[in-house]
Design a protein around this ligand. Structure first.
Ligand SMILES: CC(C)(COP(=O)(O)OP(=O)(O)OC[C@H]1O[C@@H](n2cnc3c(N)ncnc32)[C@H](O)[C@@H]1OP(=O)(O)O)[C@@H](O)C(=O)NCCC(=O)NCCS
Length: 400
């Protein structure tokens, strides 16, 4: 990125992700309270940060009504106890909300306008089902601008299977199963837990404490996946086992100019190298990260072979596989989603971008042999977003 100043990801935390719906652990918890918990967790973990020096708080949500409305960046900043002098805003780019907020805060820091910024996202898909209150312009259909089917994300995933016959159901199922296994292995090693902020919640049974992601299915087998219904199309290929589940959760991150981080004694976990967003046909929205990644690599002056770790959002197995095929990367490449992904952890739409960054940052710490990593995701209505990050722990000796 042609910035005049280095931008660093100082830290990121998130709530454990809950299954959306009546039986989910956050069924009776407000969306804004999830975001408040995440922001408080971030502040508590970084006591060196003078709160009055935070230049802005940007929080993304896709459905900005009710407890996700009212300019949620501002409301959550006040509720979390930030000084009233710290402003806040809300942003929407559907699934890439938090990724966009981080990118734009990064740009503001890079351009010298901000020194410290909080960027995150929240989506309570139980309280705010996808498409709640949406009123698509009739011109979309009347003028055939967008196929009505493209408004349902599962249909766009089926379309990818249609377009690329080599992306078989068997490959999608295997990718979904491995995501479940990798997430559980990461939990067993204790890799995921350090960045989770526990959340107290109330249910019919009384009070509980959320400390882990709720939707995991570590026992997933190929046989069980083969038997699942295809909810988006009769005799289709996309199932609940190869889709990100409906999820409630919030994420929060702290970004800084590298000079400000140094001044305050904050350790950088990642350096932002470049970011890009791109559009594709809405009917195959899952392909969005392909042109976004090409663009971000070009801006960074890097090639795909320079990337040592990928955190790709698993909106659907098939959509990640379409990117891997494009770049000629194997389905089970050890650089890709090393700790699993959204199929097992959940995908609270606008919150997910920072979840990808949290995992990449932790992996950077463990992998000084890796210099560059990518976070990327697809976005409804045919978009993709990609960021390239540099590992400050890179020891320069070997690897990428
Ligand atoms: C796919 C989707 C429709 C499934 O919703 P759902 O039916 O409520 O999901 P469930 O968790 O109840 O799973 C359905 C069934 O599959 C089973 N199942 C799900 N994952 C499984 C796994 N890994 N192994 C075995 N069984 C599994 C469940 O147990 C359930 O079985 P049951 O019907 O016998 O109870 C929903 O998750 C969805 O819409 N996802 C996409 C969200 C989206 O579009 N996000 C934006 C992306 S851009």
């Amino acid at each position: 990125m042609a910035t005049m100043r280095e931008v660093v990801f100082v830290d990121g935390v998130r709530t454990p992700f809950g299954r959306a719906g009546e039986k989910g652990m956050y069924a009776a918890t407000r969306a804004d309270d999830l975001a408040v918990k995440a922001l408080q967790g971030l502040i508590e973990r970084n006591p060196e940060v003078p709160l009055d020096r935070i230049d802005d708080v940007g929080i993304a949500a896709t459905t900005q009504i009710g407890d996700q409305g009212m300019t949620i960046g501002r409301t959550v900043a006040i509720l979390a106890g930030l000084p009233t002098t710290v402003p806040g805003f809300a942003l929407d780019r559907m699934c890439a909300g938090a990724m966009t907020t981080v990118s734009f805060m990064g740009a503001a820091i890079g351009a010298g306008q901000y020194d410290l910024a909080v960027a995150g996202g929240v989506e309570h898909m139980g309280r705010h089902p996808i498409g709640e209150g949406a009123d698509p312009n009739p011109r979309f259909v009347a003028e055939k601008l967008v196929d009505p089917q493209a408004l349902n994300m599962g249909n766009t995933a089926e379309r990818l299977h249609d377009r690329f016959p080599e992306l078989t159901k068997e490959r999608s199922d295997r990718f979904g199963m491995l995501s479940q296994h990798k997430v559980q292995a990461a939990y067993d090693r204790g890799d995921i837990q350090p960045d989770l902020v526990p959340v107290a919640y109330k249910s019919a049974e009384g009070w509980g404490l959320a400390t882990e992601d709720e939707g995991r299915r570590p026992g997933t087998t190929m046989e069980a996946l083969a038997a699942l219904k295809t909810p988006f199309r009769p005799h289709g290929r996309v199932t609940a086992g190869t889709s990100s589940p409906l999820t409630d959760g919030a994420t929060m991150s702290l970004l800084a100019g590298s000079d400000t981080a140094k001044e305050l004694g904050l350790q950088a976990k990642m350096r932002l190298v470049s970011f890009a967003f791109a559009g594709v046909e809405p009917e195959v929205m899952g392909l969005g990260p392909v042109p976004a990644t090409e663009k971000a690599l070009k801006k960074a002056g890097l090639s795909i072979n320079d990337i040592g770790l990928f955190e790709l959002n698993e909106a659907f197995s098939v959509q990640v596989l379409s990117l891997l095929d494009h770049f000629k990367i194997a389905d089970d490449d050890p650089r890709v989603n090393v700790w699993g992904g959204a199929i097992a952890l959940g995908h609270p739409l606008a919150a997910t971008g920072v979840r990808l960054m949290i995992q990449l940052a932790r992996q950077f710490e463990q992998r000084p042999d890796v210099r560059y990593g990518v976070t990327a995701m697809c976005v409804g209505l045919g978009q993709g977003g990609t960021q390239i990050w540099e590992n400050p722990h890179f020891d320069g000796k070997k690897g990428k």
